[in-house]
Design a protein around this ligand. Structure first.
Ligand SMILES: Nc1nc2c(ncn2[C@@H]2O[C@H](COP(=O)(O)OP(=O)(O)OP(=O)(O)O)[C@@H](O)[C@H]2O)c(=O)[nH]1
Ligand SMILES: [Mg+2]
Length: 391
């Protein structure tokens, strides 16, 4: 169920009908607006709504007032006739003022990509740490948008109860949220301290740590499952994994690594989420190696690869050693056009992408178990510096 920044959607229908809006402007992102819209559609479906229509606006710059311009707003307004949408989702972060204006023009809930991602994260959070982090991100998102929350009260000017002693309801609310944010931050700090203790204990064990990074849905959890031979939740949904999970992986000659699975990345990831997830992402900081899992079958492979590389940079992890694996090799085609159908086929695949810069990237299929011996061999070599004699 899609929950907006406003909490009071008591009358929400059982399945929301979402209309998607993207803007193609001078400042192009890593993905084309079509690819980005397709991704937004998957996010919407992951959040439990149906996509009933979409539109792309072309403008040199986003309109400061309505993001897409008033003419386009009218067009979106008219689309309700045909599509009966209950919700409009914008493919980028809207300013609080834009969101408010769009909501009053369109008379339905307006969400942006950030709110949608926050919603999915909220429904996925399981551990105390993830719950705290998502709650922090939601409050930070909500804070500058509070005006909309209390609009109905402002309209009832003078109504009893709409003013606190010496301050407006809005100010009281901002202050409460501010307090809650600092409380959440200190709770997260506690969890983070415990995590650091676990990490130090692991470091004392001297077992090298590999952290899986990659675009959401690339197959990180599936790869961990394949490597560790244990049950790890993997699903064809965006952000299936939120909580870091570490498993021991052994090679046939008894070498071991710890492999940590974490939250996936996505383009236009809300800044609140990146900072809120710092505690989780600290797992990446202590890793000896980042194993970058790429979905080799994705039509947006280059943009996804670039997004992950950029996010790794933004997190200050640019200096870490990284090994790239191109996953889902079973879904690729050979140069002669026939599908890859066995492990030995993967050596013949020809991939032209920055994700595959020749010598380094390894092709694997996590679900078929292909290429895993080569991967284990390579990891042993990188982390223990000697060939694994068992192979
Ligand atoms: N065909 C094929 N599908 C795969 C492979 N690896 C993973 N998948 C599928 O891709 C989807 C996503 O896999 P996950 O392992 O959940 O991906 P993830 O990177 O952990 O995703 P998030 O946790 O959402 O970031 C699932 O439906 C998997 O079954 C593979 O090698 N081949
Ligand atoms: Mg996962």
């Amino acid at each position: 169920m899609v929950r907006g920044p406003r909490r009071s959607n008591k009358t929400a229908p059982s399945q929301e009908r979402a209309y998607l809006v993207a803007l193609e402007h001078g400042q192009r992102g890593l993905m084309s607006s079509d690819e980005s819209l397709r991704e937004l559609g998957r996010l919407v479906r992951t959040a439990g709504a149906t996509v009933v229509g979409q539109t792309v606006q072309k403008r040199e710059h986003p309109d400061p007032a309505t993001y897409i311009g008033s003419g386009k707003v009218q067009e979106v307004q008219a689309a309700i006739e045909e599509t009966d949408y209950t919700l409009v989702v914008f493919d980028e972060q809207l300013s609080p003022a834009q969101q408010l204006r769009l909501e009053s023009a369109l008379k339905v809930k307006v969400l942006d990509r950030s709110a949608l991602i926050l919603d999915i994260f909220a429904s996925r959070a399981r551990t105390r740490e993830a719950v705290l982090q998502v709650e922090l991100a939601q409050h930070e998102y909500l804070l500058p948008r509070l005006r909309g929350q209390w609009q109905h009260l402002e309209r009832l000017e003078g109504a009893i109860g709409s003013r606190g002693p010496g301050e407006t309801q809005l100010e009281t609310d901002r202050r409460l949220i501010g307090l809650h944010i600092s409380r959440l931050k200190s709770q997260i700090k506690d969890v983070s301290r415990q995590r650091a203790l676990h990490r130090r204990r692991r470091e004392r064990d001297g077992v090298p740590v590999i952290a899986l990074v990659g675009y959401t849905n690339a197959g990180k959890s599936s790869l961990l499952r394949a490597l560790a031979g244990v049950d790890v939740f993997a699903a064809d949904a965006l952000f299936a994994t939120l909580d870091p999970l570490t498993r021991r992986v052994s090679t046939p000659d008894g070498q071991t690594f710890l492999v940590t699975d974490t939250v996936g990345f996505i383009q236009k990831l809300p800044t609140q989420l990146i900072s809120a997830f710092r505690a989780t992402l600290e797992e990446l900081e202590s890793a000896d190696l980042l194993l970058h899992v790429v979905d080799a079958t994705s039509p947006a492979i280059d943009a996804q690869y670039a997004t992950v590389m950029q996010t790794v940079q933004d997190l200050g992890l640019g200096d870490k050693s990284m090994l790239t694996v191109l996953n889902k090799a079973d879904g690729l085609l050979l140069p002669n056009g026939t599908p890859v159908s066995s492990e030995s086929d993967i050596a013949k695949v020809d991939i032209v992408s920055p994700a595959h810069d020749g010598e380094d990237a390894l092709l694997v299929s996590a679900t078929e178990g292909w290429g895993l011996d080569a991967l284990r061999r390579r990891l042993t070599l990188d982390l223990y510096g000697e060939p694994d004699s068992a192979y």
